[in-house]
Design a protein around this ligand. Sequence first.
Ligand code: AP5
Length: 222
Amino acid sequence: MRLVLLGPPGAGKGTQAHRLAERYDLSLIATGDIFRWNVQNDTELGREARAFMEAGELVPDDVVVRMVVEALENLRDGFILDGFPRTLVQAEALEAALQERDCPLSAALLFQLHDEVAVKRLAGRRTCPTCQRTYNIEFHTPRVDMLCDFDATPLVQRKDDEEHTVRHRFEVYQAAAEELHRFYAERGLVRIVDADGSEDEVVERAVNALDDLAERSKSRGR
Ligand code: AP5
């Protein structure tokens, strides 16, 4: 299975990406996580991306595409891309790269959530800087106060989760969303997942959508 996850900031893409990757044994590439790791470690890529991220802007397409195409080289056949593509240019570049490898996408899961619910989730998000797992002071607290359940690293708040930056990230998302969703709809790949509900409810909806997809492709093969 080869998936891209689409949806506004705070829709729960990262949360669901980890759960789906574990469930279906898929590799996971999360472009935001890769950029944050590079910023944290002050690499050249991190220095290139930092200002864009802190302002809630997209990192330029050529930088992101290069990074993802390189990462695809080392991926197993099944994967999830979280946070990529974000623009039509990125979607076209991904399609070309996958065509070259003769391994087209299986689906684009579109997580839909009302902006105000997403803003609330982002205000309470805390992230582990080591493994990038996310928590929430209201909806998903760690077992020990402010420490990651997996590696006990102190959790941090992302700089781009301040409310005015979050609002701008929504505008940036909206500006590209329509043509990006149309691109995947025209290819029959979009599966809409209602992202309002508990993490368990949302993952169950995503799993249902993917099982339905697997069922259809099996019956087409019969
Ligand atoms: P990125 O890290 O990808 O940010 P994003 O797309 O804005 O998405 P978020 O990580 O904010 O939200 P999410 O949907 O993953 O939600 P999460 O699961 O964390 O990108 C950051 C930046 O990097 C970009 O702004 C850009 O600068 C750059 N970048 C990255 N990719 C790029 C690209 N392709 N092109 C150009 N630039 C790029 O959940 C949010 C919170 O809600 C958490 O606290 C979580 O615990 C909680 N939560 C999750 N699900 C539920 C639920 N069901 N109920 C209650 N709470 C929940």
